[in-house]
Design a protein around this ligand. Structure first.
Ligand SMILES: [Fe+2]
Ligand SMILES: [Fe+2]
Length: 327
């Protein structure tokens, strides 16, 4: 066989699928599953499912680096957590931890489902984005595992799943637009969870809860960074998209206005968890810690919204409309 791309007769009409390191603006469906940079023989099937095929919709130059960090950062729930460090807490405090875990699990399940729904629709030319989202889904699977394991560590049954919280999560799962879903879930929701997980790492009454919060926090920081990256590129290409994102937050707020938002059981459990006991002074301190947490969440949301090009005022307004369920 003679060397060269078109030397082989079968390769007449073949086309390069970009370059190995050359991400194009609009890869055609005819490149199908071919490796980026491959010489694609004509006549194969066109990819039918990858409708997220615009570079400005999905890509960020940070994707290769974030994927590499994610691959290196995968941890084993069996060994990364010192489960033997479990300590017996007072029953009321253990109950509060179990309630918070119960709440976290349903939020993690939504956070798994949303990227999983879009993952298979992204053109494989944007390989590192697909790879990154695969690690994100795997991260959430581990989060579900460790929070479940902590909830049942001392033989408790899971706590309450509030209808308002699930209504809030359902709006994420039902969101059909990729940019909007990524904005609501990863910028606003997971961004808010960075504060929550840091709070749990700092304030939880037992070492296992602190460890799993720290591990989840590291993963969530990547998820937020990826969303800020690709949405930044989308908004650079199409600044008016901000209006649609803003409208989505307002719409979600209106839909959820009649629901309770964060279940009282979850709020009270966060207070008890931070208090570490039912001593009135400890409860007062726990309550102040949860107030400070909510202020920190708001500050973080506003900072990320400003980074995406929203004005300070719009950022404050949108942050205030964010779901009371946090995610
Ligand atoms: Fe998570
Ligand atoms: Fe996440």
């Amino acid at each position: 066989m003679v060397r060269g791309d078109v030397a082989d007769k079968r390769m007449v009409g073949a086309e390069r699928a970009g370059g190995a390191a050359d991400v194009v603006a609009h890869p055609p469906a005819s490149w199908g599953l071919a490796a980026r940079g491959a010489l694609v023989e004509a006549g194969g099937p066109a990819l039918s499912v990858a409708d997220l095929d615009e570079r400005s919709e999905v890509w960020t130059d940070a994707a290769p680096k974030l994927y590499a960090q994610a691959a290196a950062g995968q941890w084993d729930p069996a060994t990364a957590v010192d489960w033997d460090a479990a300590v017996d807490l007072p029953d009321d405090v253990e109950l509060a931890v179990v309630q918070v875990m119960t709440y976290l699990i349903e939020n993690e399940q939504a956070a798994l489902m949303v990227p999983a729904r879009f993952l298979g629709r992204i053109h494989p030319h944007f390989r590192e984005v697909v790879q990154f989202l695969a690690t994100q889904v795997a991260d959430e699977a581990r989060h579900v595992e460790v929070f479940t394991r902590r909830a049942t560590l001392h033989g408790s049954t899971p706590g309450v799943s509030g209808a308002g919280g699930r209504a809030s999560l359902q709006t994420l799962v039902d969101e059909p637009d990729w940019a909007t879903a990524s904005f609501l879930l990863s910028v606003l929701g997971e961004g808010t969870f960075l504060s929550l997980l840091a709070f749990l790492e700092r304030c939880a009454p037992d070492p296992v809860t602190r460890q799993i919060a720290r591990l989840a926090l590291q993963d969530e920081a990547r998820h937020v960074a990826f969303a800020l990256g690709h949405l930044g590129e989308t908004l650079d290409a199409e600044p008016r998209r901000r209006d649609r994102l803003r409208a989505a937050v307002e719409r979600r707020h209106d839909v959820l206005a009649s629901t309770s938002g964060l279940a009282a059981a979850v709020h009270d459990s966060l207070v008890v968890l931070a208090a570490g006991s039912w001593d009135p002074h400890a409860i007062a301190a726990g309550w102040r810690a949860v107030q400070a947490l909510q202020a920190d969440m708001d500050e973080g949301r506003r900072r990320r919204l400003v980074r995406l090009g929203f004005s300070e005022q719009a950022a404050a307004e949108l942050s205030a409309l964010h779901t009371r369920n946090f995610m």
